[in-house]
Design a protein around this ligand. Sequence first.
Ligand code: PGA
Length: 257
Amino acid sequence: MMRPLVVGNWKMNLDFVEAIHLTQQLGVVLRSRPLEHVDIVLVPPFVDLRSVTSIIDSERMPVEVGAQHVSMHDSGAHTGEVSASMLRRLAVDWVLVGHSERRAMYAMSDAVVAATMKAALRHGLKPILCVGESLEVREADGHLAFVSDQLQSALADLSGGEDLITVAYEPVWAIGTGRTAGTDQVREMMQHIRGVLNTRGLTNARILYGGSVNPENARDLMVDGKVNGFLVGGASLKAESFLAIADNANDCYDGKR
Ligand code: PGA
């Protein structure tokens, strides 16, 4: 079993004052109940990054930080974009690439996802590559082929840094809907993605599940769904629910090591 990774994607929530508050709360709980068998990453909005990394630093919290998006370009006339080197300067180690909301609402194509993977790896950012099918594709039984295509396209022509990659399987129909994928569906997809990654030599990559993860379903997803961790949206906005999920992952790994 791989050491689990639990990632909190705050999306476009929490201004910098609220972000400071939540990070401090997480710090207090983690001090009283250290989670030694799980890696934790917070993914706040860009404008919160500096505040969050400062608290993590000063409180020596065992937590790393990621961004929700990064430009595929290194610098220049790209109004509104943020580069990988800018993120690295802020002690940001991780980045989400190709989240379904960016693909669907901001026209992020497979080609842009692939270029963004390369930009992240060029600068030593650890990309969490998000893949997952729509309900329509799932109902037509096309989910395995669809996810393979997304992976193959995002991982094409990489030249180094592949060991930094994590994959997150997030079925679009499970994101923010309260409708979690069943453990059989998740396990099938984990095996499928593992197979694709193995053919590309990415044998050590962790594969996360995301989509309405909460403290109640986390254990089953770990044990029966065979995931290597979670990408958590809504439930990451409260210290209690986020850490309860991390706690479950911690215990499952501790019991199985
Ligand atoms: P959710 O979001 O946990 O609110 O479903 C997950 C995600 O979009 O990363």
